[in-house]
Design a protein around this ligand. Sequence first.
Ligand SMILES: [Ca+2]
Ligand SMILES: [Ca+2]
Ligand SMILES: [Ca+2]
Length: 352
Amino acid sequence: MLRVLIRYTMAVTMVVGASLSPALATFHLMAIQEVFSGTQANPQAQYVMLRMTSSGQTLVGSNSTFLEVQDASGTPLGRFGAFDHDVSNGGAIGCSYPSCPPIIIGTSAAQTLLGFSFDQIVDAQVGHVALPLAGGRLCFAYPLGTVDCVAWGNFTGSNITSTINGCDGNFGSPAAALALDFALTRGTFNCLAKENSTDFSNRFPHPVANNGANSNSDGDGDGLISVLDCSDSDSSSLYFPVEVTGDNVAAGATTTVSWNSQSNVTGISTRYDIVTGLVSDLASSKSYVSATCLQSGINGVSLADPRPDPVIGQIFYYLIRAANQCGKGTFGDSSLVPDPRDALDGPTGPCP
Ligand SMILES: [Ca+2]
Ligand SMILES: [Ca+2]
Ligand SMILES: [Ca+2]
């Protein structure tokens, strides 16, 4: 009797081991590494990069894994994407985060922008949703459980989900909101202690495919990879200038025009031009033909208008443009066709 009982126990142990170990070696040991919400010039270019935290995590398609998205309140929006096939590179036995292989899943716009083949394209997938910028949550999961999550921005839902790998299921406070031009990037991975607000921060993207393909050369060492850098031989320029935001006019003893800096996106060489004129001229000419350059090449984010106030009944308008060593942005776009502001942007515009 005793001998039979021992054999039975051993047999059960072997069955459990055989069913559990291969499953744990297929996709459970994974972390979300980068969440990229696109660039200002190309907001459709979104990707998520996962990173294996142990070798052999290749069976993402066989296990029907996916990336689930919630809105800021925690309500499910749908899936950013799902894996319909496995990947081939499981990395070296004994590898650990962040030295194990990545897996990248994203839109065709992101693939085109970044210039290498992604492991999974999501555009045509049923139920595909974009990543919400201001607040949301993303979880890497399969139909029977969750592997890793990150919440960001003004997310107010629950950020606690038990994990199938035994890692910390309380993901803590949300990380910083997603920001165009940046990837919400994991700096720290600790299976037993996850805290989104400190594990993640917004950095320039560094995407890599499972086979190692990437476009991450950075010739000028400014942190922005060459395919996104408007000049990869000038560290004072990052992205090409974008439309200026945060325009404000404060009346007082002097009238002060101010705007948001974009140097964290376009580099320390960023300067600003302001055109101005009378609203009545816009109305009568339906164009900016009477616009003048108030000042060009401003190194800062405000300007005191040196002119006296307009006569009573008249109104000044101001338009602001950013430029860097790569070139000039625009004074913005109207909905009119052709756009009257195009004349301001061109080589014969009022600001040099
Ligand atoms: Ca935690
Ligand atoms: Ca660069
Ligand atoms: Ca540069």
